[in-house]
Write a protein that binds this ligand. Structure first.
Ligand code: PA5
Length: 436
């Protein structure tokens, strides 16, 4: 299978074929607004063309910088918040591992990748400064505006620590900035210090920027194949061009989630059965939360890791307020083969599972969960992902971005602004005396 398939058979009475027929004209109208870049926020649709518009020159340049960074460091630090780090983190943890994988003894000379500058925790920042002291580091600071407080504080502290450790000249070789082409404090600083710089295109907002240098540089620095990722995104773009909504995975998903919303569902949970997809869920939450949560509307996006969270949130999903819809991410094939070992005395009663693969048991867990949740009144759908690699991560990024844009227009909001994010900032600046 070279494509991702959306199975919505478990939405049953909540989403009928006639519901889909009825919403199709709205889906096509929304799709046209996206394709023609003629809807609200239409000047932020540059991401639509990225799978094919990222030039060979830029890809080579990013690969060279990534290679150079890999030779200079054993820890590649990404400083950024929101759309400036979540895409890279999603791809890197999906493909390089998450949780226990971070403690593995790495073979080869692949640097560790860490993320910072997305909170104001002194504990986190002091760990970062400690790492800078102990490790050979390279820092990629990412901020489209170049003025966001959280990454700006982390950058100040990190640059001071680096200058103290290796001197200003050497520190400058170990920083790269990804920011606006001309404006913002970060651009001025990077130019003054002689850092390598990359541009976040004007017409691409943070949460749609993973296929620009924002995502591509850290992902390449992790040793992943960004060409393959762009090829996956191109395949998703081809599918997104299909006019038949039922054959167009992005449009079908946009249609179904809007039907669910109109039928009273208020929350959509993106549930994975693969721990490595934890940060993919975080990326997806930001994409849908910031794009649709406005004008008093929108499904609240949540994400869970199963079966882990079945032991914490499973009770609520099964029997709590019936506001929920669920979307499963099912990775069909894994390259790790683990089988339940034989125990002579069968002390733990697992004899019935002996010799069965963990992938098989996990797939049954998904099936059982989908069935139980449907019976409990939670309609659910399932994205079938052939396997986790760069191609399908690229595919998923584009597929969900396109779906989000179409879904936002069906909902009647501008999917490309985020005016609500300013409220806390203005209060914080006032309380901190920024405007005195
Ligand atoms: O999606 C968005 O636009 C936001 O999440 C931004 O990416 C986030 O606020 C960081 O902004 P900046 O890249 O300007 O520092």
């Amino acid at each position: 299978m070279s494509e991702i398939v959306l199975d919505y058979s478990n939405t049953c009475d909540c989403v009928t074929e006639s519901d889909i027929d009825a919403i199709i004209p709205e889906v096509l109208a929304a799709k046209e607004l996206v394709d023609l870049k003629s809807g609200q926020g239409g000047d932020f649709l540059g991401w639509l063309d990225l799978p094919s518009s990222v030039s060979e020159e830029l890809i080579k340049d990013i690969e060279e910088t990534a290679e150079k960074a890999r030779s200079l460091c054993d820890l590649f630090i990404v400083i950024g918040i929101g759309g400036s780090y979540l895409g890279a983190r999603a791809a890197i943890s999906a493909l390089k591992g998450e949780g226990l994988a971070e403690f593995e003894n790495k073979s080869g000379n692949s640097p560790d990748i860490c993320f910072a500058g997305f909170n104001m925790s002194s504990s986190s920042l002091s760990s970062l400064l400690d790492l800078i002291k102990r490790r050979r580091v390279f820092v990629n600071v990412i901020s489209k505006s170049g003025t966001t407080t959280e990454p700006a504080i982390a950058l100040r502290a990190a640059y001071e620590a680096m200058k103290e450790k290796v001197g200003r000249e050497e520190a400058s070789k170990r920083f790269a900035a990804t920011t606006d082409k001309a404006k913002g404090a970060l651009k001025t600083l990077a130019d003054r210090e002689g850092w390598k710089t990359y541009v976040v295109p004007d017409d691409v907002g943070g949460r749609y920027s993973v296929l620009t240098p924002v995502g591509l540089l850290p992902i390449a620095a992790a040793g992943l194949d960004i060409r393959k990722m762009l090829a996956g995104a191109r395949a998703a773009k081809e599918n997104a061009a299909v006019k038949d909504v039922r054959q167009n995975t992005s449009c079908l998903y946009a249609a179904i989630r809007n039907i669910l919303y109109r039928k009273g569902k208020k929350i959509e949970i993106l549930s994975n059965f693969e721990q490595y997809l934890h940060y993919f869920g975080e990326w997806w939450k930001q994409l849908y939360g910031e794009s649709e949560g406005k004008d008093g509307k929108g499904l609240y996006p949540d994400s869970l890791d199963f079966s882990t969270d079945l032991h914490s949130m499973g009770q609520y999903i099964q029997e709590g307020e019936r506001l929920l819809a669920e979307t499963f991410i099912n990775v069909l094939e894994s390259d790790k083969k683990i089988f339940v070992p034989h125990w002579e005395d069968n002390l733990d009663g697992l004899g019935y599972l002996e010799g069965k693969s963990l992938d098989y048991i996990n797939s049954i867990a998904l099936k059982a969960t989908a069935e139980a949740h449907l019976q409990g009144g939670v309609p659910n759908m399932e994205f079938k992902i052939p396997r986790l690699d760069e191609y399908f991560i690229g595919y998923m990024f584009y597929m969900f971005e396109y779906a989000c844009a179409v879904s936002g227009y069906i909902l009647g909001v501008n999917p490309f602004n985020q005016p609500g994010v300013e409220a806390y900032k203005q209060n914080m600046f006032r309380l901190l005396g920024k405007f005195k």
